[in-house]
Each structure stands twice: as structure tokens, then as C-alpha cells.
Design a protein around this ligand. Structure first.
Ligand SMILES: [Zn+2]
Length: 229
């Protein structure tokens, strides 16, 4: 037991030492505390971020940390934005997955900086709730009654609702039943995830027309944010 603990401490210390100190945009610290699989070149991802993401979007982003963090493992998350830092798990399928995860978390950072510009007029919320009502009609018609009707009207993240969509209905079924409702099923999770999901589709997959067609209110706000300097 003690041996293991000591070994872990040594291992952690040695990986810390290996850190290649690096920044992107001149201000965002890159801290690598875990190794990506061989097929993922993190530098390629970082270069792409610098090209695609406008600099004013990351003004509150202090760092991107890569590692097997307990708080990600416990919640079964691939990435998380918290207090100015994006945490990413290194064990992912390919470069595009990691890139999309980071862009998604940048959306949450942007929400923090430009929350008023994004949400104050209520247009995105209105669009989101309209989609949730359509979702309710469709899922009830197919016999999915595991959550209350009121749950569809809640814009906040709710674990039970998330699990209902992800585990009970399942994303492949959701995609089939609601092809033109959300850019991808995760967008149905909450208002903030609705925004981040569209942001990811726009900046990581560059499907501008898709966002414009499915979620015009979010598209409009993204265009507005691009114009802020
Ligand atoms: Zn998110």
C-alpha cells in the first residue's frame, strides 16, 4: 500500500517535471499532466485553436490542462471548463475528438464573458424551449414517459433529464426521431449545452449553414460575438 502510494507520488512528480511549458495566444498556459495516445498530436490541436478561435473569446481562459483528473473520471466527462481552466482527458479516439471537446469548453468560457450579449434578450432561451416542446411531443408519441412534462421546460442542467436522453432514449434514437431539432442530441441537455453544442458545430466542425438552419437564434448571436472586439 505504502509502496504504491509512494510510487504514485513519484510518478506524479516525474510527470510534472516533464511538463513542456507552453502557451497559446500568448496568455493561455498549456499544462500536460497526462499522455495522449500516439495518434493524437496535441501541438496540431493547439495550432488549430490559435487559427480558428478569435482571440477575444479566450480573454478569461487561463489554461488548458491535460490529465486523468478525478473530477472528470468520477463524472465520466471528457472535458470540463471551470474557473478559467479547461481540463481535458487524454484518452480519446482521435485529434478531432480532443479538438471538438476543447472548442466546446471554450463556448462555456465565452458564455461567462459574454453572458449578457448571449442570453439577455431571451431569444436563445425561446428557441431552446420551443425545441424542447417539440421534443416532448415526439418522445411522448413514441412512448417515452420516464420524465415529467415539466422537466422539458427546465433550462438548467438536470442529471435525471440528461440520463433520460442519453441512456433511456439514447442518442442514436434521438438523432433519428428529431433530425432537424438540434445540431446534435447533446444540444437538448440544457440551455447552456444548447449554446455550446451550436458553438462547437460552428467553430470545430465549421458547419455554419447547419447552425443557421437548425438554430438561427444561436447563429445570430455567434455572428454578433464575432463582431465584438
Ligand atoms: Zn458543455
Amino acid at each position: 500500500m505504502l509502496m504504491n502510494k509512494n510510487y504514485n507520488r513519484y510518478f506524479k512528480a516525474s510527470t510534472q517535471i516533464k511538463l513542456n511549458e507552453q502557451t497559446i495566444f500568448g496568455t493561455v498556459n498549456i499544462v500536460q499532466q497526462g499522455e495522449f495516445p500516439e495518434n493524437i498530436n496535441f501541438n496540431n490541436i493547439l495550432k488549430k485553436l490559435e487559427i480558428i478561435v478569435p482571440e477575444h473569446f479566450i480573454q478569461n481562459l487561463d489554461g488548458i490542462y491535460v490529465g486523468d483528473y478525478d473530477f472528470l473520471l468520477k463524472r465520466d466527462l471528457n472535458a470540463l471548463y471551470k474557473d478559467g481552466v479547461i481540463y481535458v482527458m487524454p484518452e480519446q479516439d482521435d485529434e478531432q475528438d480532443v479538438y471538438e471537446d476543447i472548442v466546446h469548453e471554450i463556448a462555456h468560457c465565452v458564455e461567462e464573458t459574454y453572458g449578457m450579449d448571449i442570453y439577455e434578450d431571451g431569444k436563445i432561451e425561446e428557441e431552446f424551449l420551443r425545441k424542447r416542446r417539440a421534443l416532448l411531443d415526439i418522445l411522448k408519441a413514441y412512448g417515452y414517459n420516464e420524465v415529467s412534462d415539466a422537466a422539458y421546460g427546465n433550462t438548467e442542467y438536470n442529471k435525471k433529464f440528461d440520463e433520460f436522453l442519453y441512456l433511456m432514449v439514447g442518442y442514436p434514437t434521438l438523432t433519428q426521431l428529431t433530425p432537424n431539432l438540434f445540431v446534435s442530441p447533446y444540444g437538448a441537455t440544457s440551455l447552456r449545452e444548447y449554446f455550446a453544442n451550436c458553438f462547437e458545430e460552428y467553430f470545430a466542425r465549421r458547419q455554419y449553414d447547419h447552425v443557421k438552419k437548425i438554430s438561427p437564434a444561436v447563429f445570430e448571436k455567434i455572428e454578433l460575438l464575432l463582431g465584438i472586439n
